[in-house]
Ligand binder design. Sequence first.
Ligand SMILES: Nc1ncnc2c1ncn2[C@@H]1O[C@H](COP(=O)(O)OP(=O)(O)OP(=O)(O)O)[C@@H](O)[C@H]1O
Ligand SMILES: [Mg+2]
Length: 570
Amino acid sequence: MITEILGLLTPGGRRFLVFSIAGFVLYALTGVAMSLLVLKILLDVTGGSASGLPTLWGLLFLCLLVKGGANILADLQKHYAGFDVVLQLRRRIVRRLKTFSLGFYTNERLGEIGVIIHKDVDNMEMVVGHIWTRMVADFIVSILLIVPLFLLDPIMGALMLSTLPAALLLLGTELGKGRRIEEENGDLLANMVSLFVEYVKGIPLLRAFSGNRFLDDELAESARGVGLCSERASRYRAGMLARYAFLLDMAFLVMAIGGIVRVWTGALPVLSYLIFVLVGREFYKPFGAMETHWLNYLKVTDSYARIKSLLDAPVVKEPVRPRTPRCFDVSFDHVSFSYERDGFAMRDISFTVPERTMTALVGESGSGKTTAIHLLLRFWDVAAGAIRIGGVDIRDMSYDELLGSVSIVMQNVQLFADSIEGNIRIGKDGATRDEVIEAARRARIHDFIMSLPEGYATPVGENGVGLSGGQKQRISIARAFLKDAPILLLDEMTSNVDPINEALIQEAVSELAVDRTVLVVAHHLSTVRSADQILAFRGGSIVQAGTHESLLEDADGYYSALWRKAEIRK
Ligand SMILES: Nc1ncnc2c1ncn2[C@@H]1O[C@H](COP(=O)(O)OP(=O)(O)OP(=O)(O)O)[C@@H](O)[C@H]1O
Ligand SMILES: [Mg+2]
């Protein structure tokens, strides 16, 4: 973990780290120097030699200034180093988030990702900013002190260390248990946050069913679990730290009493004894701080494990030698697929969408239409068979190239917390204002945008609150116009849209479909009528294919049944 985190630091971050360690060493050493100076002044005053006193006072004051300065420097630099690692980690995570295969983003993960980005990454500041700087500096100081102390009196040196190994052994052996408790605590917390996210997302719905206690009990139980585990962790920590502190105090006591005995017997000068008592306190300080480092270390290893699990999650595999298709017909060749935790399975799907033609996918809810579209986008990879664009397996195309050749208008349009203009511009990075307006015009949404008080600058909040489904879909169509990709994937809205919106969407889609290879999940008669080919999906398989008229000829066929059940709206 340590080398991996060090590797994340920028050169500037490493410099901060080194300066901070140096600052803390200076801080501690000037503290020791001050104690010794006070001792010297005391001896001089009691010994009657006052000539060197002004210099000693001057030195004492200087030490005070240096100590203060070193402290400020070290403290600032340690935070800079900590923030550097946090920033690098967040950047890396954000870069990774885009490359994960979509199977990763299940609902419960959202809360977990939130905890990782917010809490776990912040915890990493502790490793760099607090543990490394303080701990390394403390131990440098301890070594710098123990050597001259041993030279001064080896027996006292040995007494000073007496119970120290036992204390350290205790910390070492308890590490595993402490880590398990932290892990459990972290997992429970992530689970609770996930539940909260789900709960908050569903509040409008839950309120509509006011008597419903769905999730309430689960959430309360989860919060109770987190509380209990935190309590247990606190009890464990308190017990553990008390034992450790006791062993440390014992070491000091052994040295203090042993020293008195040696002074008594005349084996040790009083001055040496005083030096041991004064400097000994400084020597023990890092070991006293070890308990805090130990606690931080536990927290941090757990957090790092979660960050690693995020960074190591499966990503979309890129081909070694990417191939570029020359044309844009789309074919599914004996494709099979199933979701990990769902009974749904897509079996042996084969069809071809010739270039610049439209194919409509129809079928009842849950028959696998959206899944087929998602497979083409490699949100998931097929289990068997292949999907090809212009004869090239989509797994052999670079992912950017694949996504670059496809425009998508989804069932549920995602709008970002930005202006309408910003939301349309997602279709093409760096598009000019005129291009955005032209795309909106063609998507039949320009007039509506202009009717808003702030026009294109109108903010559409998180999830585009304030716009109807039809309006959102037209914004999404404007994005597709702007992107101008050769393949168009369209998932028509299942919900009923008002007739005016409906007509506008139809017009816009017809214009968008011209000269493109189109796969549309269709729910409307006008769409299926204009399709060159209709594929009827049922339970993950294609049961019929043809044009609207030819399919209706088979009165007992599945398509005719769909038609009668009004799955296709007139
Ligand atoms: N992310 C997922 N994880 C597990 N199962 C899923 C996932 N997405 C869809 N499914 C399941 O796969 C099946 C097909 O879903 P799909 O969304 O492809 O249906 P659809 O034909 O588009 O339906 P609709 O007309 O309602 O949009 C359903 O049973 C659904 O529950
Ligand atoms: Mg669907």
